[in-house]
Design a protein around this ligand. Structure first.
Ligand code: SF4
Ligand code: SF4
Length: 308
C-alpha cells in the first residue's frame, strides 16, 4: 500500500500541523545516544536506558512498519509569560501536547483509513522509546541544533513533534542540511553550561531537568535564572526561532491560569489552586505542588542574592 505524502500533508495542515514528512522505517544508529547514557548525562532519568532495541528498530514498535510520518506543530507565539519575574517554559503554558497532538494524529488516521482500510498505524507523542527528533530530521523537517533540539527554518525550534508509524510506503523526504553554521548563541546563552560541544545536553546541569525531573534537592550550583518549571533560554536564543512564523493557536485558558499563578507567586500568595488546575490542563502534571514550591523558594532565594 502506498499513500502519497501530499494526502497526509493536506490532512495534517487541516489539523493545524505546520508540516509533516515521511521516511522509510529503517534501523537507526543510536550509538551517540548510548554514549550519552554511558556518560551519565541522563542524570536520574534511568527510564531512558530502557527499550534501546525499540529505539533502534521501529519494527519492534509496530510489526510490519514500513514508514514513519513525522509531524510538527509550532508553539512559538508572542504572548509569552515573559513579563513576569518568575518563568515557566512556554511549551508548558499550553494545553498538554501529549493529548492534543495525539488527538490530531488520530483524526488524520481516521480519515486515511476511510481511503485505505488496510492501513495499520501506531501513534507516538513523547511517550515511548522513539528517537523523535532524529525521525523528524530524516523526514526532512529540520536539523539537530547545537542545543540538541530540532530546528526548522520556517518555524524555529519551539515545535511539538509527533509520529505515526504505518504499514504503507510513501514519498520519502531528503534530510535538511544543518544551518547552524558558526552560530553558538544557544551554547553561550545557557547559564549552567549544560550544552556540550557535541550538541547534546548534560541533564545534570539543565534547568529543565532540575525543575521537573529531579526528585531530589536542586544542587546549589544550578542557576535557575528565575525559571520555576522548564527553561526557554537556549530556545529563545536561537536565530531561527526569532525569525520563525508565529502560531495563532493561543490556548488562552492555560495562559491566563499561568499568569494568575505567577502573579500570586510574585506577591507571595498561595498559588496551590491555580497549580492544581494547571496540572489537569497543561503538561505541568509531571510535578507535584511540593516540587513547584521548592523550585519557587530556590528561584526567589537566588534572585534575592542577585538583587543584593
Ligand atoms: S534548557 Fe536552559 S538550562 Fe537547559 S540547556 Fe537550554 S539554556 Fe541550558
Ligand atoms: S542558536 Fe545557533 S547554534 Fe543554536 S540551534 Fe540556533 S542556529 Fe543552531
Amino acid at each position: 500500500m502506498y499513500i502519497p505524502i501530499q494526502t497526509v500533508k493536506d490532512l495534517a495542515l487541516k489539523e493545524g500541523f505546520c508540516s509533516c514528512g515521511a521516511t522509510k522505517a529503517e534501523k537507526m544508529d543510536i550509538s551517540s545516544f548510548k554514549d550519552w547514557l554511558a556518560k551519565g548525562y541522563n542524570a536520574s532519568m534511568s527510564y531512558l536506558e530502557n527499550y534501546l532495541d525499540k529505539r533502534e528498530n521501529p519494527a519492534l514498535l509496530l510489526e510490519g512498519t514500513r514508514s514513519i510520518f513525522s509531524f510538527i506543530m509550532s508553539y512559538n507565539d508572542d504572548s509569552e509569560t515573559s513579563t513576569h519575574k518568575f518563568k515557566i517554559a512556554s511549551y508548558a503554558c499550553r494545553k498538554d501536547y501529549h493529548y492534543t497532538i495525539k488527538q490530531k494524529l488520530n483524526n488524520i488516521i481516521i480519515k486515511l483509513k476511510d481511503q485505505y482500510p488496510d492501513l495499520q498505524t501506531k501513534i507516538f507523542v513523547d511517550s515511548a522509546p522513539v528517537q523523535e527528533r532524529n525521525w523528524a530530521i530524516r523526514c526532512g523537517l529540520g536539523w539537530k541544533g547545537k542545543n540538541s533540539l530540532l530546528v526548522t527554518k520556517e518555524f524555529g525550534n519551539k515545535v511539538f513533534i509527533g509520529e505515526i508509524l504505518a504499514n504503507c510506503t510513501s514519498d520519502y523526504a531528503e534530510e535538511t542540511a544543518n544551518a547552524c553554521g558558526n552560530c553558538n548563541k544557544c551554547l553561550t546563552s545557557c547559564p549552567n553550561n549544560a550544552i556540550l560541544p557535541d550538541g547534546n545536553i548534560n541533564a545534570n546541569l539543565c534547568i529543565s531537568y532540575q525543575t521537573i525531573e529531579n526528585k531530589e534537592e536542586i544542587p546549589e550550583n544550578i542557576n535557575l535564572r528565575n525559571y520555576i518549571y522548564g527553561c526557554d533560554i537556549c530556545l529563545n536564543a536561537c536565530i531561527w526561532n526569532n525569525r520563525a512564523k508565529k502560531t495563532e493557536v493561543q490556548d488562552q485558558e492555560v495562559k491566563n491560569l499561568v499568569c494568575s499563578m505567577l502573579d500570586k507567586i510574585e506577591k507571595g500568595e498561595d498559588f496551590k489552586s491555580e497549580f492544581q488546575k494547571l496540572r489537569k490542563l497543561s503538561p505541568m502534571d509531571r510535578i507535584k505542588y511540593q516540587k513547584l514550591l521548592s523550585n519557587v523558594e530556590l528561584a526567589k532565594k537566588q534572585s534575592l542574592n542577585t538583587d543584593l
